[in-house]
Structure formats: C-alpha cells, structure tokens
Ligand binder design. Structure first.
Ligand code: AMP
Ligand code: ZN
Ligand code: FE
Ligand code: FE
Length: 307
C-alpha cells in the first residue's frame, strides 16, 4: 500500500542520517493524561513535571479530547519542553477494544471533532448505567459525587473509581477496577465506539499519525498474535505501535519493534501517566525502567509530514 511505503522511506532517511547521537537518547514520554480527561495534573502541571524531570518532550494523549493540547503547548514554549499534541481514542476491531493514539492532529479538524464528540456521548450514556449497576450492588455513587471528581475532564471510569475510593467502597483505584469497573467485572458496561477503520481514517483525515497503544494491555505476548492484529490495521493506515510502555516487558517491547519493522511502520513509547490516580506510574520512567529515546519522536515528526 502507498501509505506503508511512505513510512518505509521515512525509516531509510533516518538510517542514512547516521548513527544516533547522545542527543537522540534524551528521554521523552509520548503518553500522558491531564485533567482534560482522567489525569490529576493540569496540562501546565504535566509540562512543569516534565521540565523538572528533564524529559525532553511529552505527548498529551487525553481520552476523547484535544482540549488540553493548547495549554500544554503554550506552557511548553515557556519552560522549554517540547509538547506533542495528541489524543487517545477507543475503537472496536474484531473482538478487541483497541486504544489508538493520534499524534499531531490538525487543531480544529471538524471530522475528528465529530468523532471525539461521539465518543464523549458514548461515555455520557455509559456513566449512568455504571452508577445504576453500582447502586444495585449497594455501592451507590450519585451524579453529584461523580461530577465532583473533575471540573474539566471527560468523565469516565477513572473518576468513578476515585469517587468509590472517597466513599471507602474500595482500597484504591486498582481495587475499583478489579472488583467493579474493569472489563468483565460486576459493574462493567460497554460504551459505543467507532470501528478501528473509522477511527484511523478520522485521525488520518486530521493529519494525525495513528499509533496502536499498549498492545501488551490486550494480553498479547507473541509476535504472531500481534501481527494478526496489526496487519489489517496497517492496511487501514496505522502508522506505528507503542512499543515502550510502563507494563511492557523488554520482550514485549522487542516484539512490537519486530512487528513494526515487518510492516515498515514506526514505534513510539510512553508511560500512560495519570498522576495521583495511578501513583506507581511515573512520567518518563513508567514503573522505573522505561526509557523512550528522542529519536523515535524525530521519526514520528518525519512521518507526520507525509500523512
Ligand atoms: P474509560 O475511558 O472510562 O473507559 O476508562 C479508561 C481508563 O481506565 C484508563 O485510564 C485506563 O487506564 C483505566 N483502566 C481501564 N481498565 C483498567 C484496569 N483493568 N485496571 C486499571 N485501570 C484501568
Ligand atoms: Zn486514562
Ligand atoms: Fe489506553
Ligand atoms: Fe492512556
């Protein structure tokens, strides 16, 4: 496919540019959530944390909204952190729910804005259904309790989890997901989402580079299974795979790299930092060992110019 060869060309031009210098090893983190969705730090606070931790660049990947990007870009320009505007969407593909990151969407793209509005209305339909299930389970959370968890964010399960912690129903966020909110748990409710084909098409139309987020979270541990998921997505225009991730083992990262190489697409990486809701995940280093080198962002920017 034409698009695949574009990414190949990109990789070759990188290789020709020579051995990566020390500069290319500066840490970046291309997966960060802010208070625009379910993170607990504002976009500016995320940028300040990146500056403090000497992270060269961060990607703002809020769920279903691009609202945090402008503030982060402005703050980044002030404090010398490169900000990569982005978004994270959920999409249905076969029996999977995939998360797809989109890097550098054109601000104000109306097609993408429509898709994000649809995703948010899917949440607005789901949240009351989850609260109704919780009430049946004798763990009532009111609409006011939920609304009190965020003034600015796209409300979702993380906010419901926070309200449950506050009420003392669960020990912590993870406990809320394990017992009530995670897929297959007692109060889990599906939400409406686009197909992967539609999600990828909307991202490409907005000139964003679509990247499959955290394949390890799908429970995929071998390259053959990953390839089976990725190959049709590449046909749809997928541009990369998130290889570095807080929950990926080194062998999962290597597996992502192999499958990306096979298809001539990029790899990216990020922590999925959410702030206080997931306190064990640190910006830049994930659970402590993650190191995403700057050169991956160089390639991502080259790919963006060809979308
Ligand atoms: P939502 O967008 O409402 O579907 O919620 C997505 C958020 O829930 C993301 O921040 C995920 O990291 C978090 N999440 C989803 N499943 C789990 C899980 N099993 N354990 C912990 N967090 C989860
Ligand atoms: Zn989240
Ligand atoms: Fe995700
Ligand atoms: Fe995320």
């Amino acid at each position: 496919m034409a698009r695949e060869s574009l990414y190949r060309e990109d990789r070759r031009s990188f290789t020709l540019s020579g051995v990566p210098g020390a500069d290319d090893e500066r840490p970046i983190d291309l997966h960060v959530h802010t208070t625009a969705s379910d993170g607990t730090l504002s976009p500016s606070e995320c940028v300040d944390m990146a500056a403090h931790n000497a992270i060269a660049a961060i990607g703002i990947t809020d769920h279903d909204t691009v609202d945090g990007n402008a503030e982060a870009l402005a703050r980044g320009a002030e404090v010398g952190v490169e900000v990569v505007p982005a978004v994270e969407i959920a999409a249905a593909h076969e029996h999977w729910t995939l998360h797809i990151l989109g890097y550098y969407p054109e601000p104000g793209d109306t097609g993408l804005a429509d898709l994000l509005a649809c995703l948010r209305s899917g949440r607005d339909e789901r949240n009351p259904q989850i609260l109704a299930r919780l009430a049946e389970l004798d763990r009532p959370i009111s609409d006011e309790d939920l609304a009190a968890e965020s003034d600015t964010g796209v409300l979702g399960r993380s906010h419901i989890a926070a309200a449950m912690v506050r009420r003392g129903y669960v020990r912590n966020h993870q406990d809320a997901f394990d017992r009530y909110l995670g897929r297959g748990a007692a109060a889990y409710v599906e939400r409406g989402k686009p197909t992967a084909a539609d999600g990828i098409a909307a991202l490409l139309a907005a000139k964003a580079v679509p990247v499959l987020a955290h394949p390890g979270m799908l429970g995929i541990y071998d390259a053959k299974s990953l390839d089976a998921v990725v190959a049709p997505l590449v046909e749809m225009g997928l541009g990369g795979i998130e290889a570095y991730y807080h929950a990926h083992t080194p062998s999962q990262t290597a597996m992502c790299q192999r499958v990306a190489d096979k298809h001539g697409i990029l790899i990216t990486g990020g922590s999925d930092f959410h702030g206080a809701g997931k306190p064990d995940i640190k910006m830049g280093t994930g659970r402590g060992r993650m190191h995403v080198p700057y050169r991956l962002l160089t390639r991502l920017k080259q790919a963006r110019q060809r979308v």
